[in-house]
Design a protein around this ligand. Structure first.
Ligand code: BTN
Length: 242
């Protein structure tokens, strides 16, 4: 990863830019911006992306079916967790795409794909990590539930070094993803997760279900044991701890 790195002072969104070049670029191309003007989060939300953060998208071209694409979100989360641990933090993963520190969101992941007849053509793995800025920079509505690396550590960290570590870890996990069964990564994800074992409410555009998160499915979905005892695989949705 990262043989081709496209760095910008400012972009609307690194994911949007990555999608425009993805077809014609080699796997592993990295798009990174100092500031995003229209950073996007999941479910159409804005992602506030000031100076000091890591706003990065990676073009991947794994030969997988589209139903397995959310596995890559989990792979991205594992890489972020390792990089955060290496600077002394204690992160945890919240299904499907958040990395938390002390129960607050420090990183969000937005995986987008293009598929043809169910085969994935490319995946853009977008990661936003709140690094060298304080939560005061964020809008009031999300300030309480968010944190940043500088808030947690009380100091700035070397941003380039952090990106290097992130790409290194991501490459290790991605090679593992491509060459080994997914189960090991699933287990690793569960080990670092604070979702499994919890009572949760899952909200999707069509429904809302409560239950206990009991595991991760082979496609990267959440296994939910519902209050009536039956188990359901949730492929995507919002997860609220209750
Ligand atoms: C979320 O938690 O809602 C996902 C947030 C993803 C933000 C990153 S920042 C880099 C990339 N470019 C975007 O526009 N979004 C992702």
């Amino acid at each position: 990863l990262g043989k081709d790195i496209r760095h910008f002072m400012e972009l609307e969104s690194t994911n949007d830019y990555a999608k425009t070049i993805a077809k014609d670029t080699t796997e592993g191309t990295v798009v990174v911006a100092e500031v995003q003007k229209k950073g996007r989060g999941r479910r159409g939300f804005d992602w506030v992306s000031p100076h000091g953060g890591v706003w990065i998208s990676i073009v991947l071209k794994p030969s997988i079916v589209s139903a397995d694409a959310s596995r890559l979100t989990l792979v991205g989360g594992l890489a972020v967790v390792d990089s955060l641990k290496s600077i002394g933090l204690t992160p945890s993963l919240k299904w499907p795409n958040d990395v938390l520190v002390n129960g607050k969101k420090i990183c969000g992941i937005l995986t987008e794909m293009e598929a043809e007849i169910d085969r994935v053509e490319y995946i853009v793995l977008g990661m936003g990590i709140n690094l060298n800025f304080n939560t005061e920079m964020l809008p009031e509505e999300i300030r309480d539930g968010s944190t940043t690396i500088s808030d947690e550590l009380g100091t700035y960290v070397d941003r380039l070094e952090f990106v290097r570590s992130l790409l290194y870890n991501l490459e290790q996990y991605y090679v593992h993803f491509k060459t080994q069964p997914f189960e090991e990564l699933m287990e690793r994800w569960i080990d670092s997760s604070d979702t499994i074992g919890r009572k949760v409410r899952i909200v999707t555009p069509s429904k809302m279900v409560d239950g206990r998160a009991i595991g991760i499915s082979p496609s990267g979905g959440l296994l939910l044991q519902k209050n009536n005892g039956s188990t359901e695989e949730i492929l995507s949705g919002r997860c609220i701890y209750i």
